[in-house]
Design a protein. Structure first.
Length: 276
């Protein structure tokens, strides 16, 4: 059997723009609702309405055994939390992961929110710093694609950014990023830390979902009884940020950011180039 190339043609890259934008719009709908008292199933419904309203479908629901549009992970839950009746509370840190499939192509992205709590300003500040470091490491990984030789350079950039920040953080080892295209999860694996294997060459046609998952304590995790939710063993809180990014003849473009990643990449001196 012939193995499908991990590199997409220019036409295929153009086909990945719309599912990326739909995914971004779904997360914007969630962002508008995040507040104390709102349940995670309400956030799920908001994302679902955007995705179906734009003629797409949730690619999370295409994963066997999963029935929801988003993953909602709160506090010590780092990834894969299942939406339900749990209401958000002041001071919570919540990561929302979402994806859309449109015309056979996929988008995948995640964001982290920290709800304000005037009674616990230090806790909120610590959690916002964790989210800042995690998001910054994501953009460091994305920026590296502009000059990377191999996929492993992305993980080195992510880890290097985190190590340069004040404080000590854990990077999840068992859960990593991935290629994306016709399927939400494709080769290659995209590690969020340094590895000895250089991985595939970074060249036009490569599309990666880069997604650092960072915790405020030990990186040891376990899967809860629902068989999905990944939580920290020591109870420390986590943050998860993700974007789908395309490498093309003109440069790089963040498919799940309406501005192509311009704002996030500016701090690294990288200017994204639209896919032609």
């Amino acid at each position: 059997m012939l193995r499908r190339s991990i590199y997409k043609s220019p036409a295929q890259l153009r086909s990945m723009v719309e599912p990326g934008l739909i995914t971004a719009a779904a997360l914007d709908a969630v962002r508008a609702l995040v507040a104390p008292g709102v349940t995670t199933i309400e956030l799920d419904a908001a994302a679902s309405a955007v995705i179906t309203g734009r003629g797409a479908r949730s690619n999370f629901q295409l994963v066997r055994g999963y029935r929801h549009t988003i993953c909602a992970s709160i506090n010590e839950q780092v990834v894969h939390g299942i939406p339900g009746d749990r209401a958000l509370e002041a001071g919570d840190i919540v990561s929302i992961d979402c994806g859309a499939e449109f015309a056979g192509w996929n988008g995948d992205s995640a964001v982290t929110f920290v709800l304000d709590d005037p009674t616990r300003p230090e806790l909120v500040a610590e959690r916002r710093e964790l989210s800042r470091v995690t998001e910054g490491s994501l953009w460091a990984g994305i920026a590296s694609l502009a000059s990377a030789a191999n996929v492993a350079d992305v993980g080195a950039a992510v880890q290097g950014y985190i190590e340069d920040q004040p404080g000590t953080y854990g990077i999840l080892r068992e859960y990593v990023g991935h290629g994306i295209g016709r399927k939400m999860h494709e080769s290659p694996s995209v590690f969020n830390y340094r590895v000895s294997d250089p991985g595939p060459e970074v060249r036009p046609g490569l599309v990666l979902a880069i997604e650092p998952m960072v915790v405020a304590g030990s990186d040891a995790t376990f899967v809860e009884d629902d068989d999905w939710t990944v939580s920290t063993v020591d109870g420390s809180v986590g943050s998860h940020w993700e974007h789908s990014v395309a490498v093309h003849d003109g440069g790089i473009w963040v498919l799940t950011a309406p501005d192509g990643g311009a704002a996030g990449l500016a701090q690294f001196g990288v200017v994204p180039a639209p896919i032609q």
